[in-house]
Ligand binder design. Structure first.
Ligand SMILES: Nc1ncnc2c1ncn2[C@@H]1O[C@H](COP(=O)(O)OP(=O)(O)OP(=O)(O)O)[C@@H](O)[C@H]1O
Length: 579
């Protein structure tokens, strides 16, 4: 299954859902703390009633002191429970972060390689957003909301008229909460989108900062990043202003209801001979009943952001997890590489880049993939390397689908040197060893295979030399050689080299050709994507590509003589004479 759209609804157990389920006990505890906290919030109401009913009638100072002490203890216990539940929510957030970070990181890598790297980066950030939400006061509010009806019920018990006023007010506030959702949904989604775009653009600009500075494009690049950040800010402002307006209304409703309840309670005291305490008790109960609803309107943006983060992260985990079980995939036998009717069309493209490519390469084969620019060579190379999934047909290495080999984590079956080289890591031994806790012996073996060992040993720190961010401390030719060693690490069955000699001088090319000979002698299949014809003599097969198809494929000599050999002067003269 190819993930293209995170908007599809899915139902499946993901690591996120399972981790949340594992927290059920902890959430239950938070619920208990919250219940205790909300119960203790009743203390001031009870206190007032007791003052009116007992102290005022008995005029007993001792009762007043005792009551005050009891209520003071209740208030301290209530505040402590509030602190404890917030600390517990924060601990849950930290635990979730710790438990899910590795899974989310690898799922983000997977999603980035299969679909969209910017969405993958967003999903990675979503985990932090969820943790931030659990750290914020908004998360505690969720546990107060169930208490809202209980306070309103108590108000009903005090007097049905007071309860009815409270209920109507709660309904009005809930409608405003709903209105907040409707009014802020679109700007919040827009803010999310623009913010993530600006992050992606910033990352790209920082990656190419040397070129940007050299060409004097700094201001233009800043403008591009700034434009999206501005859009995000404006959308956030819109959401905030709408929330503020609705919050203003809700405050008015709340104050009016408060006055109404106190007025009605006073009327009840006068008309019904009720205790005067109900004036303050009803006001307090109403306040407690409406506070979570009103708080929810204020915290709506936090809820919406947290919900978006949860949904997006969960969907990415679902899409990435719909894979074959890697443990069931066997190690390939040496039956070679088979491309059967391979087609590829990028998402949303109107025409395919590759159309029905069929090739069969045997162990020890070295094939040159040549053809005009844009004919689809690099795309085919990426498919062979398992970086891209073909949209039709299959690519089998030793009878196993290449993308499945990559997913089983045993990447040693395939080596890949991309056009942009893209080195990643710090010390040379780690770069060559594919960041796999590099076995230095094997890294040295790979360096020797590609003829780089002596060069590395001449460096003051040898294999421990740091290559700088992305290898920026190295010459391009050296980066290319290092990329070649990385591709050869672990004796893979297939090595795909995209433009491996583009930066090499004569000596560099000689070393490369020797390296390829050695790879072939180890029965590796070597695919060379190139524009340089000088590489053809070391190949035994050539494939010529045009318009996403392989036009000609066969033994190098035959293909060269038939399609590539320039006509000799005599042939040209004979041709002219014939004319
Ligand atoms: N992700 C993509 N989305 C849309 N089109 C793409 C994508 N990647 C490549 N293409 C297009 O597919 C075509 C083939 O690209 P590809 O890089 O495979 O060609 P190539 O033969 O390797 O070219 P070159 O020799 O210049 O490297 C080009 O027209 C390119 O613009």
């Amino acid at each position: 299954m190819t993930p293209t759209n995170l908007a599809q609804p899915q139902r499946q157990q993901t690591q996120l859902v399972m981790a949340l389920r594992a927290c059920a006990g902890a959430f239950g505890l938070v619920f208990l703390y919250s219940s205790g906290y909300n119960l203790f919030l009743l203390a001031p109401s009870i206190y007032l009633l007791q003052i009116y009913d007992r102290v005022m009638s008995s005029r007993s100072v001792d009762t007043l002191v005792m009551l005050t002490l009891i209520i003071a203890v209740a208030v301290v216990v209530g505040s402590t429970l509030d602190i404890v539940r917030r600390a517990a929510l924060s601990r849950i957030g930290s635990w979730l972060d710790h438990r899910l970070r590795p899974d989310v990181l690898s799922a983000s890598f997977e999603y980035a390689s299969r679909a969209d790297s910017s969405v993958a980066a967003d999903c990675y950030r979503d985990l932090a957003s969820l943790r931030q939400f659990l750290d914020s006061p908004a998360s505690a509010l969720l546990f107060d909301i169930p208490w809202s009806p209980i306070f309103l019920l108590l108000l009903f018990l005090v007097h049905p008229l007071l309860g009815a006023i409270g209920l109507l007010s709660a309904i009005a506030l809930l409608s405003l909460a709903l209105l907040t959702e409707l009014a802020t949904q679109q700007p919040i989604a827009q803010a999310n989108l623009s913010l993530s775009r600006s992050y992606v653009r910033l990352a790209t600009a920082l990656r190419y900062i040397q070129v940007i500075r050299a060409m004097g494009m700094q201001d233009g690049a800043a403008q591009i990043v700034y434009r999206d950040a501005e859009r995000a800010r404006k959308a956030q402002d819109t959401a905030m202003h709408r929330t503020e307006i609705i919050l203003g209304f809700s405050k008015s409703i709340r104050t009016l209801t408060q006055i109404l309840v106190m007025g009605a309670a006073t009327w009840l005291v006068l008309a019904d001979n009720s205790s005067p305490g109900i004036i303050f008790v009803s006001s307090l109960l109403l306040g407690r009943g409406l506070a979570p609803v009103e708080g929810a309107i204020g915290a709506w943006r936090s809820f919406a952001f947290a919900r978006n983060s949860f949904n997006r992260l969960n969907k990415m985990l679902i899409l990435v997890s719909t894979q074959e079980d890697p443990r069931t995939i066997p190690v390939p036998d040496p039956s070679g590489l088979i491309l059967d009717n391979v087609g590829y069309a990028p998402p949303f493209a109107d025409r395919p880049i590759l159309k029905g490519v069929t090739l069969h390469l045997l162990p020890g084969d070295c094939v040159a993939l040549i053809g005009p620019s844009g004919s689809g060579k690099s795309t085919l190379g990426r498919i062979m390397a398992g970086v891209l999934h073909p949209t039709s047909g299959c690519t089998l290495l030793g009878g196993v689908e290449i993308s499945a080999l990559r997913l089983c984590g045993d990447t040693r079956h395939v080596g890949y040197l991309p056009q942009d080289i893209e080195l990643f890591g710090g010390a040379i031994k780690d770069v060559i060893g594919r960041l796999d806790g590099a076995d230095p012996i094997r890294a040295i073996e790979a360096a020797k295979l590609v003829g780089l060992h002596e060069t590395i040993m001449r460096l003051p720190q040898g294999y421990e030399t740091d290559i700088g961010e992305g290898g920026n401390l190295l010459l391009r030719a050296q980066r290319q050689q290092l990329g070649l060693a990385r591709a050869a690490y672990g004796n893979p069955s297939l090595v795909v080299l995209d433009d491996p000699n583009s930066s090499l001088d004569y000596e560099g090319e000689r070393i490369l050709y020797n390296a390829i000979e050695r790879m072939r002698s180890r029965r590796m299949i070597v695919v060379i994507i190139t524009h340089r014809m000088g590489v053809l003599p070391i190949t035994n097969k050539i494939a010529i590509m045009r318009n996403g198809m392989v036009n000609a494929f066969g033994e190098s000599e035959h293909i060269y003589d038939t399609y590539l050999r320039p006509p000799s002067p005599t042939q040209t003269l004979e041709g002219k004479a014939a004319l």
